[in-house]
Design a protein around this ligand. Structure first.
Ligand code: APR
Length: 248
């Protein structure tokens, strides 16, 4: 078990967050780990240590075997629906309620736990696993929700495939979400990076952008990440424990 962060660092950053006029929080899969949703790169339990992302999280993989990918996302969707926001999600929602206009929450996660906890305006960099969309724009402008049932569903008019509304490897992020996230990172007083390995860009670049712009940067993660060097402090602990300690 990692050493618990020293109390002076927690107290220092708790005060910094309480006094900040603008706070940006970037979350990754570790944010939802204590809600029972597996991360991607944790050894043994991470999804990518058990499944091949090229086959299951890419357009090529979907085209090669739409049924396999659709079933895999159906299983992940069921896991998300069965999960509950944890104390970390609730601490962020309470902070946003107490301090209107101070928090910009940016997530790489495709679950809806931040939203269910109350952070409805969360910036989603990698999409939403509970949303469907067309693999190709449907020329008949049909609604994916009304597609012919199947694994995956198909458009009754053009036969097009429905796919999960997430960003796959090799795809670009939604431009507006990325611009909003970059602006928040460059204009915040404090950036809190929670539960991300920092392995995937451009989300991983937000910490360096914030640091360069003069923000105080803290990482909450029980383990080392690829972006630790961008942080003034790495608070070794979990989201459900440290976020209430920092924000409540
Ligand atoms: N609290 C905080 N952090 C945790 C916890 C926890 N309870 N449990 C694990 N972590 C940390 C791990 O130490 C790791 O650094 O969360 C991080 C999870 O890293 P990844 O599994 O790589 O997830 P993430 O960084 O969100 O991945 C980024 O990669 O596959 C793509 O699109 C996917 O959005 C995802 C992106």
């Amino acid at each position: 078990m990692p050493e618990a962060p020293d109390h002076s660092a927690l107290a220092e950053w708790r005060q910094r967050l309480a006094q900040a006029r603008s706070v940006c929080v970037l979350t990754g899969a570790g944010m939802s780990a204590e809600s029972g949703i597996p991360t991607f790169r944790d050894a043994l339990t991470g999804l990518w240590s058990r499944f091949d992302p090229a086959r299951l999280a890419s357009v090529e993989g979907f085209r090669a075997d739409p049924g396999l990918v659709w079933d895999w996302y159906a299983e992940r969707r069921a896991g998300v629906r069965a999960a509950q926001p944890n104390a970390g999600h609730r601490a962020l929602a309470a902070f946003a309620r107490r301090r209107p206009g101070v928090l910009t929450l940016v997530t790489q996660n495709v679950d809806d736990l931040h939203q269910r906890a109350g952070n409805r305006d969360t910036i989603r960099l990698h999409g939403d696993i509970l949303q469907d969309r067309w693999l190709e724009p449907c020329g008949m402008a049909c609604d994916p929700a009304r597609a012919e049932p199947g694994r995956p569903p198909r458009c009754v008019a053009c036969g097009g495939l429905v796919r999960p509304g997430v960003v796959w490897f090799g795809e670009s992020l939604p431009p507006a979400a990325l611009q909003h996230a970059e602006h928040a990172a460059r204009h915040c007083e404090v950036l809190l990076v929670v539960g991300t390995s920092g392995a995937v860009w451009p989300a991983a670049g937000l910490a360096a952008a914030a640091r360069r712009a003069g923000a105080h940067v803290a990482i909450v993660n029980p383990s080392a990440s690829e972006i630790d060097a961008e942080a003034h402090v790495c608070l070794r602990g979990t989201a459900a424990i440290l976020l209430p300690a920092l924000l409540d």
